[in-house]
Design a protein. Sequence first.
Length: 336
Amino acid sequence: MSNVSADAFTSDPVLFVASGGGHLEELLKFRDRLVPKGNAIEWMTPNSVHAESLLRGQTVHFTGYVGPREYKSMYSLFRQTRRVLLQRKFSAVISTGAAIAVPAFIAARRHSIPCHYIESAARALRPSLTGKIVQRIPRINLYTQYEVWQNRKWHFSGSVFDEFKVEDLPVPRDCNRVVVTLGTMQQFGFRRAVKQVKRVLDSLGVPSANVLWQTGCTDVSGIEIQAYKSMPAAQLREAISNADLVIAHAGVGSALTSLERGKAPILLPREARFSEHIDDHQAMIAAELASRGLAIACNVEDFDAEKISRALGIRIVENASMSPFRLLTEGGHREL
């Protein structure tokens, strides 16, 4: 299937720009729907074990870490992007955010390079702060992954979640092997979730040796688990492939990784009132995936054996009827 018009890009490479975690995972999922086969791609993303593993063997321009709303880093990122753009000619710059997108687009527009911003699937109702800033930059093509808030500025061409559909299993899986993943965030812990998940798994008699905990920066001191702050993407994906059950914070990256491996995750949204994130957008992600039947969504305090039983009865498979993602031309017209 041809996902973009053959003349939407020149033979020059496309620069993909994304922050780590879910933003990078989304852009990876969109790659084949955005750029024709044969077009070279280069990447710009903050350096991390996760990013190095995901992008091994590809041309990557690594930056320093950019946290949520760390816009003080914009000038250094602008200078780095401009150096990359001066090294060679690019046919387009495409980003799924977050803050790293702003300086990249400003630098790209100075070189008259076509720019495309795809708002994260985390934003089910309105643009993120990055999206609100990007829409003020002239001649940036803007995309939402939700039809409900498309408008004159924001175009709908599809979602990363279109790739998946649900099959009910005739016999639910046993709960022998579990992966708990809280993403790669470096600023916000999720200790509340770790304690509740540990309590429920213990009550079900799941052996601690059969549970893999990837907990990011969360303080797990005093909780009797063996936790990994981070691990190579390939290792985490293999663990999820072999798992019966995946429990995750409601981040797009963690959800996508689980769905790709055929598992409907139980998603536990972080909450801003507990200082677990900057806002409550993870509740939007969880609600969207639950509405599609692709995940079980619940608040931390509501996580229990019943949610586990429901997740064990679902298998995720590839959706063969997925629509292509059409980019816009410089004039704002959709490619045919």
